[in-house]
Design a protein around this ligand. Structure first.
Ligand code: ADP
Length: 489
C-alpha cells in the first residue's frame, strides 16, 4: 500500500544563491528548492558556511547542532547553522579551517574540504531528525562522495538506510580528481575493494564524480540533449562509458530561470520597461544601449549581443573567424564578458578595428547585462558544449532572438525558425563551423530587415515560452517519486 505524504528532499550543493555563487550550480541551488517546495515536496538545502557569505545572512543564522565528523583517522568539528530564506530552510556546514577562505574552490586541499563536506552531510542525516530525508540530491563533484559514504558507512543507521541518492551533473568538465593518497588518508575507503575499484580513474588517481555516478541510485543532468551527449566520447570527458552503462537511469531535465527577476516588464535596470503587448519600450532600450556602448544609434542595424565567460567552451573561435564577414554586412556586435586573456585581447582588437559597429566590454556587470538583454535584437551563443545555458533563455524572455549551435540545453530551449509555418523562437546551426554560424546569423539579420511581421511574431513566441522553474520542478519530483514507489504524490 502506498503512503500519501510529502516526499522529503535534502538538496546538497557547494554553492547556493544568494549565499555563494561561481556559476549555474549556484543559481539552480538557489531556485529549484523553492520550486520543489511549491510543487509539494518538503525540502531543505545543505551547503558550506563560507566566510564570504554576506554578513547580513551570517548574522541571522541559528546554531542548531555540532558534532565530530570521522574522516579516515581524523575526527573533525562540524557545526550546523540554519537560516530560512524565501521560505526554504538552508543548513550551513561550519568548519573555519575548511571554509574560511577568500574564495570557494581552487585550494590545495579541495579534495579534503569536500570529502569533509560530503561526510558531514551523511552525519547530519544520521544525527538530526530535521534533516532526515527520502532522497538526497547531490550536485557536482563537491558533493559526489556523499552517495559513496552513505552506502559504505551508514547502512547501520536507521535514518540513512532508506535514503535514495540522486546525483546531478552540471558540468562534466569538473570531476574532482585527486591523487590516490586520499583513498586511505582522507576517504578511509582503501580497505573496501568495491569502493577502491569504482573510484580509481587511472593508476594513481581517484575521481569523486566517477564514485557518485557508480553509487547513486539515479543520475540526472541539466538538459535532455546533454544527457545524450554525455554518453559520447567527444563530450563525456572520459566518463562516457559510465554514462552509457547507466543510461537507463540518466534523466535530462532542463533548468529554469528566475522569471520574476528576469522580466522586461518589471526590470528597473533597463531604459524603458516593455512587455509582449507593449513592445515600443524595446526600441528605446536599443537606442539607449547603442548610445551607452558608443555604437551608431540606428534602429535598422541589427544589434547582436553576446554575454558570458570568454572561454573556448563558448565557441568564440567561430566568432573571431567570422568577424570580418559579419561586419561586412553592417551588423553591430556588442560583447560583455571576462575570461581567457587571448579572447579578451581579440575582442578588444575588434572593438578598436570596427569603431562604432563593434563594442567589447571586458567586465562582469549584472546591470549592463540586463540592458544588453533588453537592447539587443539577437543573442549569439555558438557554444562548443552547453550543459544547459541560461543566457539564451533570458534573452528570449526579453524578446532578443538567440542564434545558437545545436548542442545541450541550447538545442532543447531554442525552437528554430521555420519560414513556412512561422514557428520558432530563434535560429540554430549544427556544426562547429565559422561560415555556418555566420550564414545563420546573417540569415537571421535578413529576416530582421525584410520581414518585420515575421520577426515580431518570433519575438512574441520567444517571450511566451515558459522557462519557469515550476516546469522543471515537476520533472524532478517525478524522478524522486520513482525512487520511492511506496510513496504517492
Ligand atoms: P555558464 O554557467 O556556462 O557561465 P550560463 O549561460 O549558464 O553560462 O550562465 C551565465 C550567467 O552569467 C548568465 O546569467 C549571464 O547573464 C551571466 N553572466 C556571464 N558573464 C557575465 C558578465 N560579464 N556580466 C554580467 N553577467 C554575466
Amino acid at each position: 500500500m502506498a503512503t500519501r505524504r510529502k516526499i522529503k528532499i535534502l538538496f546538497a550543493a557547494a554553492e547556493a544563491v544568494p549565499f555563494s555563487k561561481t556559476g549555474g550550480l549556484g543559481d539552480v541551488a538557489g531556485s529549484l528548492p523553492k520550486a520543489l517546495k511549491e510543487a509539494g515536496a518538503k525540502v531543505a538545502v545543505i551547503t558550506p558556511k563560507y566566510s564570504t557569505i554576506a554578513w547580513e545572512y551570517q548574522e541571522k543564522m541559528v546554531h542548531v547542532a555540532d558534532f565530530y565528523v570521522p574522516l579516515a583517522w581524523r575526527s573533525i568539528y562540524c557545526g550546523i547553522e540554519k537560516l530560512t530564506y524565501d521560505g526554504v530552510d538552508f543548513y550551513f556546514v561550519d568548519n573555519e579551517a575548511y571554509f574560511k577562505r577568500d574564495g570557494l574552490y581552487g585550494y590545495f586541499d579541495d579534495g579534503e574540504r569536500y570529502a569533509f563536506f560530503s561526510k558531514a552531510i551523511c552525519e547530519a542525516i544520521a544525527k538530526l531528525p530535521e534533516l532526515q530525508c527520502d532522497v538526497l540530491n547531490c550536485n557536482d563533484w563537491q558533493t559526489a562522495m556523499a552517495p559513496v559514504f552513505l552506502r559504505e558507512f551508514y547502512q547501520e543507521s536507521e535514518a540513512c538506510r532508506n535514503v535514495k541518492t540522486v546525483f546531478t551533473v552540471h558540468n562534466v568538465k569538473f570531476q574532482g580528481q585527486f591523487s590516490d593518497k586520499v583513498l586511505n588518508d582522507i576517504l578511509g575507503l582503501a580497505d573496501i575493494p568495491a569502493a577502491r575499484d569504482q573510484l580509481y580513474c587511472d593508476r594513481e588517481s581517484i575521481n569523486y564524480m566517477k564514485g557518485a555516478l557508480c553509487y547513486s541510485d539515479t543520475i540526472s543532468t541539466v538538459s535532455p540533449s546533454y544527457a545524450g551527449e554525455l554518453q559520447m566520447p567527444f563530450y563525456g570527458e572520459g566518463l562516457d562509458g559510465i554514462f552509457r552503462d547507466r543510461a537507463w537511469c540518466l534523466h535530462g531535465i532542463l533548468n529554469g530561470i528566475d522569471t520574476v527577476s528576469w522580466d522586461p516588464q518589471h526590470d528597473d535596470a533597463i531604459a524603458k520597461k516593455y512587455s509582449i503587448k507593449r513592445m515600443a519600450g524595446k526600441a528605446e532600450c536599443k537606442a539607449a544601449l547603442q548610445e551607452e556602448l558608443g555604437l551608431r544609434v540606428d534602429p535598422e542595424r541589427p544589434l547582436v549581443v553576446m554575454i558570458g565567460r570568454l572561454t573556448n567552451q563558448k565557441g568564440l573561435g567561430l566568432v573571431r573567424y567570422a568577424m570580418d564577414k559579419i561586419m561586412s554586412r553592417s551588423i553591430q556586435v556588442a560583447i560583455l564578458g571576462t575570461g581567457d586573456k587571448d579572447q579578451e585581447d581579440a575582442f578588444k582588437y575588434f572593438d578598436w578595428k570596427y569603431g562604432d559597429m563593434m563594442c567589447a566590454r571586458i567586465a562582469f556587470d549584472g546591470a549592463l547585462s540586463r540592458r544588453m538583454y533588453a537592447g539587443g535584437d539577437i543573442l549569439l551563443m555558438p557554444s562548443e558544449f552547453e550543459p544547459c545555458g541560461l543566457s539564451q533563455m533570458i534573452a528570449m524572455r526579453y524578446g532578443t532572438l538567440p542564434v545558437v549551435r545545436e548542442t545541450g540545453g541550447l538545442q532543447d530551449s531554442v525552437v528554430p525558425y521555420n519560414q513556412y509555418t512561422g514557428e520558432g523562437t530563434g535560429f540554430r546551426f549544427a556544426n562547429m563551423n565559422g561560415d555556418e554560424m555566420a550564414d545563420t546569423l546573417i540569415g537571421a539579420c535578413e529576416l530582421f530587415w525584410t520581414d518585420k511581421d515575421a520577426w515580431k511574431q518570433l519575438q512574441k513566441q520567444a517571450m511566451e515560452t515558459d522557462f519557469s522553474w515550476s516546469r522543471a520542478a515537476q520533472d524532478y519530483l517525478n524522478m524522486y517519486y520513482e525512487l520511492h514507489p511506496e510513496l504517492k504524490k
